[in-house]
Design a protein around this ligand. Structure first.
Ligand SMILES: *Cc1c(COP(=O)(O)O)cnc(C)c1O
Length: 386
């Protein structure tokens, strides 16, 4: 089976991990701060806090922004569930924004309308989580302008967008947001096995996230309530978690980060090849907007059905039967049974249309052109006998 995504692990990656295994520190050693430092240099964010997953980074980001009971967090209906779950961890409510069918990102017009009606019923969001779907940036300037009018905070869920750019700058620099989060899951752009990062330019947010990452405990003298103690002393000042990244993971991340631009270039090359081979077919191909440079985490086409039977479902089954690991990213989060039970039936038209037509084709830096040609050939033939 050709997977939809796959990591690359080099001999150097393995050597770096083995070095840590032979060292004094498997965790809480030097590699985590080195990885954080390398990520700040790469993204130009002032602060980077490594954690054990993007999900943890989202949770801590929400806590640092004081999301709590009675508050609202809004996010895209088309994302991984973690983009919404972070609100529920904080006892807050989630509401979903419809997508733009062309970019698969939050539709800014839908957002603005929703903000207007929320102003009338007093349910404005405290946080909007903007998901850079497939590695293509949301319209951050417009979102930022809206955040100033309606007074909400912005978290960029850049799980797909490590190495992507918006208006010429790497995503993660937080020019138009309070916090950006990265994922280092193996299907994403670079990997630490499991892992994530929270980025911010705010010293106070960085301090809070760092504190909550490790039980709400601090040893830093300047922050202690009782400063007149010996070196063993630490204080717990908040209820935190153990969301730390290990040095084993950080060493892998540091080594992978050296090749991030190469991976993204390779993904762009494969993206261009797909576009070229499929350009005269009846599939709706993804469009890249001119204000951003996508990391192309996913290659998502749309397959419209003419009759009652779903062409997308038909193509999905045919390709799976040919050993091609096509996928669907994602079902609208509000359709997940947990969310239906919590909030009842919701219907957002573009998200529904997306759900009925989208198909993710395999795309990862180690994919061969032969495999890609085979995928395209099977895809093109799949509908001809339907
Ligand atoms: C993968 C992903 C996450 C969660 O990442 P983990 O590191 O696995 O916790 C969150 N949001 C989006 C959009 C993702 O794709």
């Amino acid at each position: 089976m050709i997977p939809y995504g796959r990591q690359i692990i080099t001999k150097e990656d393995i050597r770096e991990v083995i070095d840590v295994l032979n060292s004094d520190f498997l965790t809480q050693g030097p590699k985590v701060p080195l990885f954080e430092e390398a990520i700040t240099q790469y993204t130009k964010a002032k602060y980077a806090i490594a954690v054990n997953s993007a999900t943890s980074a989202l949770h801590l980001g929400c806590l640092a922004l004081n999301l709590g009971a009675g508050d609202y967090l809004w996010t895209s209906a088309i994302s991984f569930v973690a983009s919404a779950n972070c609100a529920l961890y904080c006892q807050a409510n989630v509401e979903f924004i419809d997508i733009d069918y062309e970019t698969n990102n939050i539709c800014m017009n839908a957002l603005e309308e929703k903000l207007l009606s929320a102003t009338r019923n007093g349910k404005l969001p405290k946080i909007v989580v903007a998901v850079h779907m497939a590695g293509q940036s949301c319209d951050m300037r417009r979102l930022f302008a809206l955040s100033k009018i309606y007074n909400f905070k912005i978290i960029e869920d850049a799980s797909h967008a490590v190495g992507a750019k918006y208006l010429g700058n790497f995503i993660g620099g937080c020019q138009y947001s309070d916090i950006t989060i990265f994922s280092f899951h193996p299907v994403k752009i670079i990997t630490t096995g499991e892992g994530g990062m929270a980025l911010t330019n705010s010293e106070s947010l960085a301090y809070k996230i760092k504190l909550l990452r490790s039980h709400g405990i601090t040893k830093e003298k300047a922050f202690l309530i009782d400063q007149d103690r010996d070196g063993w002393y630490y204080e717990q000042t908040e209820l935190g978690y153990n969301y730390r990244m290990s040095d084993i993971q950080a060493a892998l991340g540091l080594s992978q980060l050296k090749r991030v631009d190469f991976y993204v270039e390779r993904r762009m090359k494969l993206f261009d090849r797909y576009q070229d081979i499929l350009k005269s077919t009846k599939f709706i191909l993804p469009k890249l907007s001119s204000d951003s440079y996508s990391s192309n985490h996913l290659y998502i086409i749309k397959i419209i059905s003419e009759g009652k039977t779903s062409n997308r479902d038909f193509v999905y089954k045919k390709l799976i039967n040919s050993g091609i690991g096509v996928n669907l990213h994602y079902m609208p989060i509000y359709k997940q049974p947990y969310y239906v039970k919590k909030y009842g039936e919701i219907f957002l038209p573009n998200s529904e249309k997306y759900f009925n037509t989208a198909l993710t084709l395999p795309l990862y830096p180690g994919m061969s052109y032969e495999d890609q040609d085979f995928i395209c050939q099977e895809l093109i033939h799949s509908l001809s006998d339907h």
